[in-house]
Design a protein around this ligand. Structure first.
Ligand code: DAK
Length: 261
């Protein structure tokens, strides 16, 4: 796996870690990094052994302090639009990766960095993390989904406040607002992420994939159609060996061994 701006490693069987690796610029997202995230995502999608992805930033300062301002500052309107479109496509493809993806936020998580974290299934953070959409300070709008994913997570008023003031909020405040699920001390963040990943890989892969897909597709549907989708997914799981194994294991008072089929 040959990357210049990210690292992709298998920490334990089935558990992968993608690290944005530009610590000198607080892991700012340039076009090359966004392209490598897409390449890594596609590699994992094609790897049936991949069960969970953790996404973090190198160093102790930042998850990602946004899109790369140095690279962006001379862009034309067309280049800006293309960069935004590419980022939106890549982040959406990450969001729809059919395995759980957890953002492990270890510092500044701003602008495009916050938008990247929001494209993951959920966010855990260290105490020193800060979240924000400070694009207005630079005279631009959020460009990688911030105006759309943020209100779905924290509501309209809080999104308006963050995007219009550019204010940064602490990890604790982000947790209070529903953006972050858990806050840990910095030294224990990755171990906590790993504990969660180890727990997830014991679950049925097909059930995980269908649960994620149903939540993502259903959240923008009306309730009747969304529930119909859920019922189809539920029915589909009864055609799998995993369902027989999961329910037999419960009845036989033993741990289930799932094979993802
Ligand atoms: N881009 C490039 N370099 C960055 C950076 C960024 N976003 N953030 C930090 N750096 C670099 C700094 O320039 C500095 O590099 P050197 O000067 O040492 O070479 C190094 O990282 C350390 O930063 P500081 O010296 O500033 O460190 P401090 O601890 O003092 O401050 C900070 C940390 C994170 C508070 C500060 O660096 C900061 O405010 N950074 C910018 C945060 C920000 O504004 N983020 C949002 C970026 S805009 C779109 C597509 C996408 C987007 C918008 C539109 N379209 C194409 C339409 C998304 C936009 C954004 O994400």
């Amino acid at each position: 796996m040959n990357f210049e701006n990210i690292l992709l490693e298998e920490l334990e069987p089935g558990i992968f870690l993608l690290t944005i690796n530009r610590p000198k610029v607080f892991n700012a997202l340039n076009q090359a990094t966004v392209a490598e995230i897409k390449r890594a995502r596609d590699l994992l999608d094609a790897n049936p052994q991949a069960r969970v992805l953790l996404l973090t930033g190198a160093g102790s300062k930042a998850f990602a302090a946004g899109a790369d301002i140095k690279e962006m500052h001379n862009m034309s309107g067309i280049q800006g639009r293309d960069f935004s479109q590419e980022g939106l496509k890549v982040f959406r493809s990450l969001e729809t990766l059919p395995i759980p993806v957890i953002a492990v936020v270890n510092g500044y998580c701003l602008g495009g960095g916050c938008e990247l974290a929001m494209s993951c299934d959920w966010i855990i953070a260290s105490e020193n993390a800060f979240f924000g959409q400070p694009e207005v300070n630079l005279g631009v709008t959020p460009g990688f989904g911030g105006t759309q994913r943020l209100p779905r997570l924290i509501g309209r008023g809080r999104t308006m406040e963050l995007t219009m003031t550019g204010r940064q909020i602490s990890a604790e405040e982000a947790k209070d607002w529903g953006l972050v699920n858990h806050v840990y001390q910095q030294g224990e963040l990755m171990e906590k992420a790993l504990e969660t990943a180890r727990d997830i890989i014991k679950k049925g892969p097909v059930a995980l994939e269908l649960t994620k897909d149903t939540i993502l597709r259903g959240q923008d549907m009306d309730l009747d159609n969304a529930c119909a989708l859920e019922s189809k997914a539920f029915g589909l799981t009864f055609s799998t060996e995993d369902q027989k194994e999961g329910m037999s294991a419960f009845l036989e008072k033993r741990s289930a061994k799932f094979h993802g089929k």
